[in-house]
Design a protein around this ligand. Structure first.
Ligand code: MG
Length: 411
């Protein structure tokens, strides 16, 4: 510290400038964006649904400080938004506890507001980052049109072929992804009895051939998962998992119905194939039950379904205590995906974040990075935005093009 500079002398000695990517600033400096007083109020909360691959609910929170934040929910979001008016948006966790009004999208918007007010990225407010970028895994669906195959007009064996799976895997890997997932609960016989939750040997062989084809196409360096969407009995899930062991999968997802804690444990104990579950679990309590049951090798909390970013981080820490890594479920647009990436960067045991919108060509057009160039997802990764809050801004012309019927253009 310079001994002849009065401005420097005012800097407390215990403040150590960080070496990271965010410039240190004196929060007592009125030139900074720190509010002189803390009595900020939420003045309005509104939502708008876009037609992405699912219904992407954009949440907007406005304040009397002139700063607006955005978040995203699955579908329409909370309805009693008026309860939030007058609340202090800086009290993120307390406001998050207002049941019926707050929720994951509101929480994301509050982190966005707080980051913009303090001029720091959201991850900084959540404890700082373990990594500069988060790996993204691409959901590759069923390799072909699900709608056509499920319609009954074609034989599913003609659609879900080893060749179609391998071709889809190649396309995604060539697009830069090192991690991908396919659906494996696709129908393999026109006459399969799905209600029985059981597969015959021919169906098991067919699914094994799909997995083998993907592995042969992309090699063993690619992180590869398959999803069974809760469809099978312990007996069938176990028979299939054992067949898949030679292919070194990163995970086999949701083999049996959700919240069947003991059934998950029985499948897990019967195979070396890592078992993943969690997208349906709704809070940290349900994750604790699954952990206590030894029901999963990998946890898949969805920040939009498990309570929010705070709860996602809480779940990640619970899992870390038990040595369970996190592969986050996510089927949202770019706002929710970026918000999830901020939280994912702040927990130690994170592996990958789902990207479910490979088939939505305007995903990257909907937002741009604040103060920086580049797509949200590049080479299968999200480099953490360093702009304030979530670090992205919405292109409203693009949003208006994709609004669901009946939505208001004024948002
Ligand atoms: Mg899934």
């Amino acid at each position: 510290m310079a001994d002849d500079d009065t401005a420097d002398d005012e800097v407390p000695e215990y403040v150590i400038p960080p070496g990271g990517g965010v410039p240190w600033m004196d929060l007592t400096d009125e030139e900074s964006h720190r509010p002189a007083e803390r009595d900020i109020e939420i003045t309005d909360v509104s939502t708008m649904v876009l037609r992405g691959n699912f219904r992407w609910g954009i949440v907007r929170v406005e304040t009397d400080a002139g700063v607006t934040g955005y978040g995203e929910v699955h579908g329409e979001g909370p309805q009693e938004l008026g309860l939030l008016e007058g609340q202090n948006p800086l009290d993120v966790e307390r406001v998050q506890d207002i049941r019926g009004a707050a929720g994951p999208g509101v929480e994301m918007a509050l982190w966005d507001i707080k980051g913009k007010l303090l001029d720091v990225p959201a991850y900084e407010l959540m404890g700082g980052k373990y990594r500069d970028s988060v790996e993204v895994y691409c959901d590759t669906h069923g390799g072909e049109s699900l709608g056509e195959a499920q319609s009954g007009t074609v034989d599913p064996r003609d659609v879900y072929t080893p060749g179609s799976y391998a071709e889809a895997a190649r396309e995604v890997v060539d697009a830069g992804f090192d991690a991908l997932k396919f659906d494996l609960d696709v129908r393999t016989h026109a006459d399969v009895d799905t209600a029985a939750r059981r597969l015959d040997n021919a169906a098991i062989e067919h699914k094994t051939a799909l997995v083998e084809a993907v592995r042969e196409e992309v090699g063993y360096d690619v992180t590869l998962g398959f999803d069974l969407h809760w469809n099978f009995t312990v007996e069938t899930a176990t028979r299939l998992a054992e067949k898949l062991e030679p292919f070194d999968l990163a995970w086999l997802e949701d083999p049996v119905p959700p919240r069947k804690y003991d059934a998950h444990r029985r499948v897990r104990e019967a195979t070396s194939c890592p078992i993943m579950t969690g997208e349906n679990l709704r809070d940290s309590g349900e994750f604790k039950e699954m952990l206590d049951a030894d029901g999963m090798d990998v946890a898949a909390p969805d920040p939009h379904n498990c309570g929010g970013l705070r709860d996602f981080r809480r779940i990640a820490h619970l899992c870390d205590l038990e040595g369970v890594p996190i592969v986050a479920h996510n089927i949202q647009g770019p706002i929710g995906t970026v918000a999830s990436a901020h939280a994912a960067a702040t927990v130690p045991n994170f592996v990958a974040l789902e990207y479910h919108a490979f088939d939505v060509p305007w995903f990257e057009n909907l937002v741009s990075r604040i103060g920086a160039s580049g797509d949200v997802i590049e080479d299968g990764e999200i480099s953490l935005p360093e702009g304030p809050g979530l670090g992205v801004e919405i292109d409203w012309d693009v949003a208006r093009e994709h609004m669901a019927a009946g939505e208001d253009v004024s948002l």
